[in-house]
Design a protein around this ligand. Structure first.
Ligand SMILES: Nc1ncnc2c1ncn2[C@@H]1O[C@H](COP(=O)(O)OP(=O)(O)OP(=O)(O)O)[C@@H](O)[C@H]1O
Ligand SMILES: [Mg+2]
Length: 265
């Protein structure tokens, strides 16, 4: 059985007089223990696809099957339970700004009804896993981007997920911090056997940790397979590089309000 199976997945966004076919007939399988990279240009449909994997986005048609269960067949309660197996991290970390680090990690555990003492112990264990024991009482605004992503990873692991979805998890980080987050993800994949699906603009990210890769172009998968087997034509690199050039010219503000270079590629 595949860990994740996507069959004939389509997603359209329909407005008054416009229709965007964000995903067109996607077929894909992810196996347990994979680090599966999905790469594509801005607007290709990457976020839409990854959000369909936990039904944050409901497909227009097609199936998403996670560990043998078709998500479209589940009722609200069953879907909520299933989502506990599928954690997610984001480009901008999405931590609760008014809670300190340890309480950010405790939060999903308390939602699950885990007892306070037990939740606290687990949160400290996870914090030590991501190398931030000394930041338990800091607030997100007092942390660097890389540290915030480590907290987000610890929080994502709190519910013992089987799958971790990463939506551009390193796109707001400099190359060195990106490398350290990627090696943490690899460690988590190996140590806990968590399957990772990661979407990115960055070919370097795919090459660093993925064993499989799919290329998404205008809502369609144009390549998919094991990293060493997938033939990525030169022109695709050209487009990806071209986009990276554009992105490299962009500047973004980090949480300290300082201007930092938004490294991509
Ligand atoms: N809620 C929505 N309503 C309407 N259109 C949407 C919605 N979400 C996404 N789209 C459209 O679907 C297409 C795919 O968007 P998506 O966010 O999945 O791209 P992406 O590959 O993640 O891009 P990026 O790299 O910029 O994050 C785009 O044309 C986008 O405008
Ligand atoms: Mg996106």
């Amino acid at each position: 059985m595949h860990e994740i199976e996507i069959k004939s997945l389509c997603k359209s966004f329909v407005d008054k007089d416009t229709k965007v076919d964000a995903l067109r007939d996607i077929n894909l399988t992810v196996d347990k223990g994979d680090i599966f990279g999905i790469i594509g240009m801005s607007g290709a449909g990457k976020s839409t696809l990854i959000r369909c994997l936990n039904y944050l986005e409901k497909p227009t048609s097609g199936q998403v099957i996670v560990e043998g269960k078709e998500l479209g067949q589940l009722n609200e309660k069953e879907l909520r339970e299933k989502r506990q197996d599928i954690a997610m991290i984001f480009q901008h970390f999405n931590l609760l700004q008014q809670k300190n680090v340890i309480d950010n990690i405790i939060f999903p555990l308390s939602l699950q009804g885990v007892k306070k003492k037990e939740a606290r112990a687990k949160a400290f264990e996870l914090l030590s896993k991501v190398g931030l024991e000394d930041k338990a009482n800091s607030y997100p605004s007092q942390l660097s981007g890389g540290q915030q992503q480590r907290v987000a990873i610890a929080r994502a692991l709190a519910a013992d997920p089987k799958i971790l979805l990463c939506d551009e998890a390193t796109s707001a980080l400099d190359p060195q911090t990106t490398a350290s987050i990627l090696s943490l993800l690899k460690e988590i994949n190996q140590e806990y056997g968590i399957t990772i699906v990661l979407i990115t603009h960055q070919m370097s990210v795919v090459k660093a940790i993925c064993n499989k890769v799919a290329v998404l172009e205008e809502g369609q998968l144009v390549e998919s397979g094991r990293l060493e087997e997938v033939n990525l034509p030169e022109d695709k690199f050209f487009w990806l590089n071209k986009e990276n050039e554009l992105k490299n010219k962009e500047f973004s503000k980090n949480n300290f309000g300082k201007e930092v270079r938004n490294y991509v590629g």
